[in-house]
Design a protein around this ligand. Structure first.
Ligand SMILES: [Zn+2]
Ligand SMILES: [Zn+2]
Length: 151
């Protein structure tokens, strides 16, 4: 990969702008999530432990919680996932489509481009500012396998 040092500086800047110290652990977690959207804490831990042998599963959980709390990461809880999924694409109220077979998750742009793109039939007196929709289906790799099954 080209120019990774520049990217690392950008990520350190992002952390500092949000009032966090740019520790090696935070930069590593942020870099990993930026490159692999919709990863769980376990995925991140697996992904960075080589590069950062001193890290622990608990440390990764803590960093994800911190980055989510200050708005750097978006956290989504999807039905068939082993845990909450994190991504760096925040603030655009995008939705997700999830394959019910393999759990693959992709982004779906918000329909009108700003939050919330849906209007509830009854808002129960609440001021609505976000709508998270998860479309569920079968992806192109799983569909043939499902049709081939004889049961
Ligand atoms: Zn699939
Ligand atoms: Zn997403």
């Amino acid at each position: 990969m080209v120019d990774t040092s520049h990217a690392a500086t950008d990520r350190a800047d992002t952390l500092r702008r949000h009032g966090l110290r740019a520790t090696a652990g935070r930069v590593a977690v942020l870099t990993y999530v930026d490159r692999h959207p919709h990863v769980t804490a376990a995925d991140v831990f697996e992904g960075i432990r080589q590069e950062l042998p001193s890290t622990s599963s608990q440390a990764v959980h803590n960093v994800l919680a911190d980055l989510h709390a200050c708005g750097i990461l978006r956290r989504t809880d999807l039905p068939d996932s082993s845990g909450a999924q994190y991504e760096t694409r925040t603030g655009d109220n995008h939705h997700h489509v999830q394959c019910v077979e393999c759990g693959r998750v992709e982004d779906v742009d918000c329909v009108v481009g700003h939050a919330s793109c849906l209007t509830p039939s009854d808002d129960h007196g609440m001021r609505i500012f976000t709508a998270d929709v998860t479309f569920r289906g079968i992806c192109g790799s799983c569909e043939p396998a499902r049709t081939d099954r004889t049961d």
